[in-house]
Design a protein. Structure first.
Length: 101
């Protein structure tokens, strides 16, 4: 267990969670409150830049999604057509088999 602090908030957490808390601006402190490892301070401009990047990525992925959804719809239509054609060929093959007997 380790202790982290941000402003006047002090928490005791598992060591596995430490990187997550450091990335959110918490600092690791010892029993006396001395900073052992300083957390990543994020400013409003950092958060806005990250938000803009994420919005651009979302727009890009939405565009890709539209292409994939259309392709999926086209493939489903083609699949249904091929199933119908296959059923027709099965009937023809069964008819030919009956004629041969």
């Amino acid at each position: 267990m380790v202790t982290v602090q941000k402003a006047n908030k002090q928490l005791t957490i598992d060591e596995e969670a430490l990187p997550q808390y450091l990335s959110r601006g918490f600092s690791q402190v010892d029993k006396n409150g001395n900073v052992i490892q300083k957390g990543e301070a994020k400013t409003l401009s950092d958060l806005k830049a990250e938000n803009d990047t994420l919005k651009a990525e979302i727009d890009k992925l939405n565009g890709e999604k539209e292409v994939v959804v259309k392709e999926n719809t086209d493939l489903k239509t083609e699949n249904e057509s091929l199933k119908a054609e296959n059923d027709t060929l099965k009937v023809v093959a069964e008819t030919d088999d009956k004629k041969k007997k």
